[in-house]
Design a protein around this ligand. Structure first.
Ligand code: LMR
Length: 394
């Protein structure tokens, strides 16, 4: 049987991670995979998470299964974090999932069950794994214009024109904040225009929010998701705790299905739990437990928010530094968009050949589309990156 298997294409981001590990150069710089690193290049366990783990080690009395939807306290806490009071709790069906990717996968599964002919519109570009999962599931995918390489901002006119092709029952996948891979995001009025279009067309928005707290702050980063949740009849939301709680390997995420029609809550919740049972049965609990402990304990929450703010401000300072260093060296404002972008990533707009030269000649690793992870830099490596970009003639 196994002889019928074909080689699968390598995930570009994970392949880059391996190539970086294999590179013996001491001064190499990893701007690849989206994992936060501090100035020492370490991905720390956040203080509040560590403290919650200590407390939980004392308190935990059993490892028996949780519910199929995960621990309800986790859903409640995360719904509060992401949606605030934008919608009533009984309008939100939710299940814990293995990471944000698990939530994305379950959302696509739910879409396919509810409407097998739904097409999913995705931004060009988007996180490559969105495309890979959609392809694997044989769900028809349509790209909409998103990034204006010239300005480094959003091509909003192109986006709206392409979204004009959507039909009732289709789904549009949107990044709630901190767009991956570009770093370019919609403004409030642009979000409202998307909501109006989606509603006029009878399309269901799906939001992937994996970087809440990495852009303009926890509340500001959730604002668009809240607008969509309260402004559309039905919305799917895949939230990740990997980055903002720094618990990548614990695989902690939540899928929310918001319906204004309250009569749909029970059947939606039942279908989400069913999907968990079919795909992996019970979701992992440890990371989810840490998140609900942190979010429901005042002292832990305050400390977590303070540390997350330091992370966010550190990345903003690196953006400013890189942008001004490039302005100084190039004598132009060509890279001014780096300071305007938000989140962990910026797409620099360099050709694949230049990206390859940066790797080969300077040991600088970025994704082939020239996405950089800002958190892979520190005050000392920013000038090196800027100098290298100028040297390779970008
Ligand atoms: C990324 O985009 O680098 C992260 O979301 C990590 C991943 O799984 O690809």
């Amino acid at each position: 049987m196994f002889e019928h298997l074909n080689e699968q294409p390598k995930d570009k981001i994970l392949a880059l991670m391996q190539a970086f590990k294999d590179d013996p150069r001491e001064d190499k710089i990893d701007l690849g995979v989206g994992v936060y690193k501090n100035a020492e290049g370490v991905t720390p366990i956040m203080r509040a998470v560590k403290q919650a783990e200590r407390q939980w080690w004392e308190q935990e009395t059993t490892k028996a299964y949780t519910g199929l939807a995960g621990d309800p306290a986790f859903s409640d806490a995360m719904i509060g974090l992401v949606l605030g009071d934008a919608v009533a709790r009984d309008q939100v069906a939710a299940v814990a999932t293995p990471g944000g990717t698990g939530a994305v996968r379950q959302a696509f599964d739910l879409i396919r069950m509810a409407n097998p002919s739904a097409r999913v519109f995705v931004s060009d570009p988007t996180w490559p794994n969105h495309l890979s999962i959609l392809k694997h599931m044989a769900i028809e995918t349509v790209m909409y214009r998103y990034f204006d390489a010239e300005s480094g901002g959003v091509d909003f006119a192109g986006m709206m024109e392409d979204l004009g092709q959507m039909r009732a029952g289709d789904v549009v996948l949107l990044h709630g904040c901190c767009h991956n891979p570009t770093g370019a995001n919609l403004t409030g009025p642009e979000w409202q225009a998307v909501i109006d279009l989606v509603n006029a067309k009878g399309v269901v928005p799906m939001i992937d929010i994996a970087y809440q707290g990495f852009g303009d702050g926890l509340e500001a980063d959730a604002a668009a998701t809240r607008m969509v949740a309260s402004g559309c009849p039905e919305v799917l939301i895949a939230a990740s705790c990997s980055k903002n709680f720094g618990i990548y390997r614990e695989r902690t995420g939540l899928l929310m299905a918001v319906a204004q029609e309250r009569g749909l809550h029970a059947v939606t919740q039942g279908n989400l739990a069913y999907l968990n049972r079919q795909n992996y049965s019970f979701p992992p609990d440890h990371g989810a437990r840490m998140v609900s402990l942190v979010l429901t304990d005042d002292a832990l929450r305050v400390d977590w928010q303070a540390e997350l703010e330091d992370v966010r401000n550190g990345m903003l300072a690196l953006r400013e530094q890189l942008s001004s260093e490039l302005r100084r060296l190039s004598g132009s404002d060509r890279y001014g968009f780096i300071a305007q972008h938000r989140g962990m990533f910026s797409r620099l707009g360099l050709s694949p050949e230049i990206v390859e030269r940066l790797r080969a000649e300077h040991g600088i690793y970025m994704v082939g589309d020239s996405r950089i992870n800002i958190a892979g830099l520190n005050r000392d490596t920013v000038p090196k990156l800027a100098q290298a970009i100028i040297e390779v003639g970008a």
